[in-house]
Design a protein around this ligand. Structure first.
Ligand code: FEO
Length: 404
């Protein structure tokens, strides 16, 4: 591995020693157009400590960065905050190479790492409130079960006031600039929102509880060092905490998302009329044809919307495969506080509306219509009906927003 690879100093005694994955575009189904980073952090103290590792394929890159600061074999401790492969994949090979005195993980982390690797090294379990004296520095641990895996935990470095938060507050953004404040905040917000919508949305109750307990702990935090994307510091820490708090409550937003696919353009025409109807009420609309929108983009747009309108042709008595894909994905994310409706064209059977409505109902989306079905091609009267459905969606959102 190239000797040019360097660690990046983030304080006098802490270094970023992770890896930048410029190439990844599909992260287990999450479209990562901006690539990602797998962040690992090196703490220089009497007991030299590595916080997390990287994806297995990037182990040599991480070791090269560590070697730009110290001999990797001088690492005494490794803390694994999260067992998913993008952070633990390089753990066994790193342990084999540097032979640390100890490896730490949460109790559930010990179980998960054991099930992943059947390791031939011991892993010591730590729990919330446990402290680890590094000699001159102190780590304390906060388990964050189901945020987003059972094993997930935060590690807090008391003297430097750094919260190592594993996936939380992260984003998939490959970049050489290490701090959030070196980036365009519009990009930071979009990528944070996308990460939240696609990874954390099913666990909003736990996030609110965690934010509350972090507040009660009253930890001074100078930096939040996540496992993906740039590091938060200064006022940006409050910004991301506020975003997480807002997104977790899933408030009603004055925006509607329309997703659809189309075979011969009829369902697309219906989508356009529905969008026009929504717009006429002053509510923002985002129309996402699934032929050109990936499921992670849809999830992100859904996060700050109050309505989800779905359209599909009937194909072989079913919904279009792209709708089945996206709706299955969205259902797993467990969105809340949405109203919705369905629409679509068909040739001779027309089951799509029934299936779309079932998906929406399963997602706890409140249907405001039975749906609009049209045979073959919508005429002016049907397009008018679509426009009126859009108006009804917009007016219902306005009514609910006014009653908040
Ligand atoms: Fe970045 Fe849950 O792994």
């Amino acid at each position: 591995m190239s000797a040019h690879l360097k660690a990046i100093k983030i304080t006098d005694s802490i270094y970023w020693v992770g890896a930048i994955d410029w190439a990844i575009r599909d992260f287990h189904g999450y479209a990562t157009q901006e690539g990602s980073t797998y962040n690992a952090y090196l703490i220089i103290a009497d007991k030299i400590t590595l916080i997390d590792t990287v994806k297995a394929a990037f182990k040599d890159e991480m070791i090269a960065r560590i070697a730009s600061v110290i001999d990797p074999e001088k690492i005494d401790y490794i803390v694994s905050n999260h067992s998913e492969f993008d952070h633990s994949g390089a753990l066994p090979a790193t342990v084999a190479q540097v032979k640390p005195e100890k490896v730490f993980a949460s109790k559930m982390g010990v179980k998960a790492l054991t099930a992943h690797f059947r390791p031939d090294f011991e892993i010591t379990a730590v729990a919330t409130g446990d402290e680890l004296d590094l000699g001159g520095k102190t780590l304390s641990f906060i388990e964050t079960r189901m945020l987003h895996w059972p094993d997930s935990m935060f590690t807090y470095l008391k003297e430097d006031e750094i919260l190592f938060s594993q996936d939380a507050f992260g984003m998939h953004l490959a970049a050489s600039k290490l701090f959030v404040d070196e980036h365009d905040m519009r990009i930071i917000k979009w990528e944070s929102e996308k990460y939240f919508a696609n990874i954390l949305l099913p666990y909003t109750g736990k996030i609110l509880a965690l934010l509350k307990s972090l507040g009660e702990m009253n930890l001074p935090i100078k930096m939040i060092a996540t496992d993906h994307g740039p590091i938060w510091r200064g006022d940006d820490i409050n910004t991301v905490l506020k975003w997480y708090s807002e997104w977790s409550t899933q408030p009603l937003y004055p925006k509607a998302v329309i997703i659809y696919d189309t075979m011969w353009g009829s369902t697309a025409k219906m989508a356009t009329s529905i969008a026009d109807g929504i717009l006429s009420t002053g509510i923002e609309v985002k129309t996402l044809p699934l032929s050109g929108s990936d499921r992670s983009e849809v999830a992100t747009e859904m996060l700050d919307s109050g309505a989800l309108i779905v359209g599909s042709p009937t194909l072989n008595n079913q919904i279009f495969p792209s709708l089945a894909d996206t709706l299955t994905y969205l259902k797993g994310l467990r969105p809340a506080n949405l109203i919705g409706a369905s629409f679509g064209s068909h040739g001779w059977s027309g089951e799509a509306i029934k299936y779309l409505n079932q998906y929406l109902t399963d997602m706890n989306v409140e249907l405001i219509s039975d749906g609009i079905r049209v045979q073959y091609v919508p005429d002016e009267a049907t397009l008018r009906e679509c426009y009126e459905l859009g108006e009804a969606v917009g007016n219902e959102l306005k009514k609910r927003l006014n009653h908040k």
